[in-house]
Ligand binder design. Structure first.
Ligand code: PFF
Length: 466
């Protein structure tokens, strides 16, 4: 049975849903860390330039492919050029892999929110708490299931009544929470055991002041690559998600304006996350307290909340609620992409596909949870890091597939189909695409080269060659 193709009701619905996908754990646990590591304001500056160039080109490409073909990645690339059908399959593989672990991380966030809601949360600040939670048998699965059920329920309700409606509630709530927490963090003060007084405003200076200390060409390239891979993950491009969301956009909507707004939203939240996390960690844990990924959120921050005294618990609840919102709308976009591709491929109704994808997600997520106990192993990844099941999935999807897909997409659009195909789609509503010249140049010459370099470096091939 074929269902009528859904669509977002208007531009705001699309922008908020796409921003919901883009704003996720990457904005909060990775962006501030990279800023702190890569010279504060210097990283910020580099990132902003990349967002306005690469980010804009990649996002425009995905959304325009979706809107023009009105199809999902699996079928859209085939329609562009039947010889490039494989690129649709490759792109589809990314959400297939991400779905296995995103709800597990969502479950961790749900668990911490729960702990701070029902207790003062002091236990969460104790060394070893996080490890003992993720290595336990049942709890990570239960919390993952709660998070996954919520995700599936939103997707089950459909594009307008589910995704759009919830994004319209959740995204403004997220912004409100993050602004309140950031302002609160800037007003913090603490005296360290050695008598030094640290304030939130000093932390802000650490964050925003460009640090050119020891800057060499090699170091600058490192910063550039860090910013590039962050941008990529952060905007949810090259994984078919923005193609699916683009396919729900009506033809009279100004794509140029909408993609700009999505970028502003995503980058704005990342900058605000830095304003909240860097000062808080600086005030209570000092310069060396910054960590990346799960350890920042689940190990360092509980210590910060603990040190805040009476404000700790409300701050923690607001924080994990905001983080939960960010993860939920991202997870919804991954699941929606799987469901939509499945509906199109097998001509099955949404409800049935939700069931199939839900079961797939649950089984694979249980395996990822078991990756921390019964299925534990340590694998040295080609990029030098050591990981277990979750890291392996993350590595294949983000370090390997995403730059590779961007490389191939830019060749397809830049050289096989021609950039005018995309430009025509952007201008469909009659508005002129002001940055068309830049788009043309970037997609043909700059994106393929840079993506190749990023692919070689992030997969570790560059080390082999060097
Ligand atoms: N863009 C999200 C973030 O910055 O955290 C991450 C993300 C969402 C990645 C959805 C992948 C995905 F399918």
């Amino acid at each position: 049975m074929k269902e009528k193709r859904s669509s977002f009701s208007g531009s705001i619905g699309f922008v908020l849903a796409a921003a919901g996908s883009a704003v996720g754990v990457g904005n909060i646990w990775r962006f501030p860390y990279l800023c702190a590591k890569d010279g504060g304001g210097l990283f910020l500056l580099v990132y902003l330039v990349l967002v306005l160039t690469f980010g804009f080109v990649l996002l425009t490409t995905d959304v325009a492919i979706g809107r023009k073909t009105k199809k999902n990645a699996l079928k859209a690339f085939e329609e562009l050029n039947p010889k490039w059908k494989f690129l649709g399959r490759l792109t589809f593989l990314v959400p297939v892999l991400i779905m296995t672990y995103y709800s597990v991380i969502g479950g961790w966030i749900t668990k911490y929110l729960f702990v701070y809601l029902v207790s003062d949360g002091i236990e969460a600040a104790v060394d070893g708490y996080f490890t003992s939670f993720i290595t336990s048998d049942i709890a990570p699965i239960v919390f993952m299931l709660i998070f996954l059920a919520l995700t599936a329920w939103i997707v089950f309700r459909g594009v307008e009544k589910g995704i759009e409606k919830f994004s319209k509630i959740i995204m403004p709530g997220l912004i409100l929470l993050i602004v309140i927490i950031a302002i609160f963090c800037l007003t913090l003060t603490n005296t360290a055991p050695d008598g030094t007084v640290r304030t939130g405003m000093q932390g802000l200076a650490v964050y925003l002041k460009p640090d050119f200390h020891g800057l060499t060409v090699k170091r600058f390239l490192e910063i550039l690559l860090d910013a590039m891979s962050q941008l990529f993950f952060s905007l949810s491009v090259s994984m078919g998600i923005m193609i699916t969301y683009g396919s729900y956009v009506k033809n009279d909507i100004d794509l140029n304006k909408a993609t700009n707004q999505i970028e502003i939203f995503d980058t704005g939240v990342a900058i605000l996350a830095g304003m909240m996390i860097i000062p808080a960690v600086f005030v209570f844990l000092g310069n060396d307290g910054m960590a990346s990924g799960p350890s920042l959120i689940f190990i360092s921050l509980p210590k910060v909340f603990d040190a805040m005294g009476v404000f700790g618990r409300p701050a923690a609840i607001a924080f994990f609620l905001m983080m939960g919102f960010a993860a939920l709308t991202s997870c919804v976009s991954v699941m929606e992409t799987l469901v939509a591709n499945g509906m199109e491929l097998y001509h099955k109704p949404r409800k049935k596909m939700c069931g199939v994808v839900g079961i797939y997600s649950f089984i694979t997520a249980v395996l990822i949870c078991l990756g921390y106990n019964k299925l534990y192993f340590e694998l040295k990844l080609p990029n030098g890091s050591v990981g277990q099941l979750l890291d392996v999935m993350d590595y294949i999807s983000n370090s390997f597939l995403m730059p590779f897909i961007s490389l191939l997409t830019s060749i397809l659009i830049g050289w096989v189909i021609g950039p005018d195909w995309i430009i025509g789609e952007v201008e469909r509503n009659g508005e002129k695409f002001k940055r068309a010249g830049m788009y043309r140049f970037m997609i043909r010459y700059v994106v393929p080269v840079v993506m190749l370099v990023l692919f070689l470096v992030s997969t570790g091939f560059a080390d082999l060659i060097a």
